[in-house]
Ligand binder design. Structure first.
Ligand SMILES: Nc1ncnc2c1ncn2[C@@H]1O[C@H](COP(=O)(O)OP(=O)(O)O)[C@@H](O)[C@H]1O
Ligand SMILES: N[C@@H](CC(=O)OP(=O)(O)O)C(=O)O
Length: 586
């Protein structure tokens, strides 16, 4: 007999017929001798509907009241499913997040789970009940000591389910949804997207954090941290679905810290890097493809790639290679600038420093803290590239001991968590596992910034202090004649609306700088664990886009992900182009 945690998403409980069908499937599982806890989401799009009701009253509704409202959606489903099970003769009881004892941070709208009290739920399980829990919600004690309802953030029922699995000591958690499992991309964009039997938590975390809504990234993070076997399956058809796996050693569950494990898990240093920058490149489709294909043909393995647009619509591309590739890369850069125009420059003896950890996700203060720490150490940051779970920057090699000392102290990292020139085992993993699309982003540039330590830090700190989440920060290499630099980043559409006052005071402080909003864009992210080991993956991605005449506005990479910012009008075609170029449908 096993304890099974099953989560049914809004699409699987959108009407009574579906709720009854789910009740039947739960009965089969129960009759096979399993103990069952079910986590449910609100019916269909009812959370959107509740949000609209709130909006019709206030543009900026009180966050406590909004949580009171949104949490009702899940309560409707849990009661109906429990009634249905009882009607079929199976004892069932529904519980809200607070009745279960899901304790969260004291934040409305995106609270993290601190603890789950299991006594009540365990009691019901022992008595043979199917326990139906409202996902997406928990409770907290306010500063006056009274109980308040909180919600976990959109899509948060997955997180409720995996957190419950952890607290109850269940081995597996099953997420039931309207697709057969995790697919190579969103089937609404690419109808012949293919089911993945397995995917690593690391890859899924990257995909989920950049738009693959099939799983909540925080659910993946919890499954990885505590070694929960997480399945994504269809609620309509019998199938094995997708299994998420991870090689990391599971953590022990600490009271009060279920979701809040350390923000930064490791510091990685890659020495002997050369930063190449090719500036003043024409801003048209095919440029990035041509550059990285040329480098790939010369068998040069490129690590970080960064592209940002500039005034007058010219592009700069910067990338890092190992110092031993220097001569070879100079030859290729000569060739590239001869063919494409532009100017190249390089700086050897640089070091890439990265902090990594799923706890970085959704916490803009972490990158701000990194840049601020380097600023306190008087270290200038040359290149910056961020993803949701990693922040990398390139600094002069002479600063590295100081940087390691300051950064490890700041994030309380032990020697075991510091990796200098790690040897990555070459694994036989596909270079592209999946593609995600995020349409909820805008692109913002701050131009004409003074090139001195602390500028990136002050921008990130100002945004973080106001809880504005930014990602894909790209600091270009180009120095203008005025010795200024640009920083570009993407942020959610909602956060952009809230950011005006902060931008205004920032540009006032950084004399001469100004904000430039980009055109309507979307972020297309290609993810694959094999990408880190194969030469030329980025070139192929850029070629796939160039073949369809799609221009790339910005590029930012991490080891296993390449994100391209493209015009919103091109985004579906971009996903299709990359999907078929890498034959993901085969
Ligand atoms: N890589 C992917 N694999 C599967 N589905 C995806 C992927 N990326 C995006 N999706 C979308 O996620 C949807 C499921 O998530 P969601 O609508 O939140 O379901 P639920 O209501 O079950 O939580 C699918 O219908 C699909 O359109
Ligand atoms: N109902 C909430 C929580 C949730 O997780 O929903 P779903 O499982 O349908 O993505 C939302 O819509 O955000």
């Amino acid at each position: 007999m096993a304890l099974l945690i099953k989560k049914f998403g809004g699409t699987s409980v959108e009407d009574i017929t579906k709720i009854k069908a789910i009740a039947q499937s739960i009965i089969q599982s129960k009759e096979a001798g399993n103990d069952i806890v079910v986590v449910v989401s609100a019916m269909g799009h009812s959370t959107d509907h509740l949000n609209k009701l709130a909006e019709s009253i206030s543009k900026n509704p009180n966050s406590r009241e909004l949580d009171m409202l949104l949490s009702t959606g899940e309560q409707v489903t849990m009661a109906l499913l429990s009634m249905s099970l009882n009607e079929y003769g199976i004892p069932a009881i529904s519980l809200t997040g607070s009745q279960v004892g899901i304790v969260t941070e004291s934040i409305h709208g995106k609270a993290r789970i601190l603890d789950i009290k299991t006594e009540r739920i365990q009691n019901y399980i022992n008595q043979g009940y199917v326990v139906v829990v409202a996902g997406f919600q928990g409770s907290t004690l306010s500063h006056t000591g009274s109980m308040e309802i909180t919600t976990l953030g959109r899509g948060g029922s997955d997180t409720s389910a995996v957190a419950l699995s952890t607290a109850l000591g269940a081995e597996t958690c099953e997420i039931y949804t309207d697709v057969p499992g995790v697919l190579t991309t969103d089937p609404r964009i690419v109808p012949n997207a293919k089911l993945l039997d397995i995917i690593s938590c690391e890859e899924m975390l990257e995909l989920a954090s950049v738009g693959a809504s099939v799983l909540h990234p925080r659910a993946v993070e919890i499954a990885r941290n505590y070694g929960i076997k997480l399945y994504v399956k269809s609620s309509q058809a019998l199938s094995n679905g997708t299994l998420l796996h991870s090689k990391i050693k599971p953590l022990a569950l600490k009271r009060g810290g279920l979701e809040l494990t350390k923000t930064v898990n490791s510091l990685e240093v890659l020495e002997k890097q050369t930063v190449f920058s090719i500036s003043k490149l024409p801003d048209r489709p095919g440029i990035a493809a041509q550059i990285f294909e040329t480098l790939s043909k010369a068998n040069i393995n490129v690590d970080l790639i960064i592209q940002a647009t500039h005034d007058g619509k010219s592009n700069d591309i910067a990338f890092t290679v190992n110092d031993f590739e220097l001569t070879k890369t100079i030859d290729q850069c000569k060739l590239i600038t001869k063919q494409l125009g532009g100017e190249y420059d390089f700086k050897k003896n640089m070091t890439k420093l990265s902090i990594q950890g799923a706890g970085i996700m959704g916490r803009p203060s972490v990158s701000a803290d990194l840049f601020d720490t380097l600023f306190q150490a008087n270290i200038n940051v040359r290149l910056i590239a961020t993803s949701e779970i990693k922040v990398s920057c390139v600094i002069d090699i002479e600063n590295i001991s100081k940087a390691i000392r300051f950064v490890s102290e700041k994030f309380k990292l032990s020697d075991k968590q510091i990796f200098i020139n790690p040897v990555i085992e070459s694994e036989d993993q596909p270079e592209v596992r999946g593609i995600a699309l995020d349409k909820n982003q805008v692109q913002v540039s701050i131009r004409n910034l003074p090139d001195k330590p602390g500028v990136a830090a002050s921008i990130c700190l100002a945004l973080a202090e106001n809880n504005l989440i930014f990602d894909t920060i790209v600091q270009s290499e180009r120095l203008t004649s005025l010795k200024t630099k640009d920083i570009s980043f993407t942020m959610s559409k909602q956060d952009r609306e809230r950011a005006n006052t902060i931008f205004h005071s920032l540009t006032k402080k950084l004399a001469g700088s100004f904000i430039e909003d980009g055109p309507a864009i979307a972020k297309v992210s290609t993810v694959g664990a094999g990408m880190a080991f194969k030469v030329g993956t980025a070139g192929k991605i850029f070629r796939a886009l160039a073949n369809k005449n799609i221009n790339i506005e910005m590029i930012a990479t991490s080891e296993i992900r390449t994100s391209c910012i493209v015009l919103e009008q091109d985004c579906d075609q971009a996903v299709n182009a990359i999907h078929s170029y890498f034959q993901l449908d085969k």
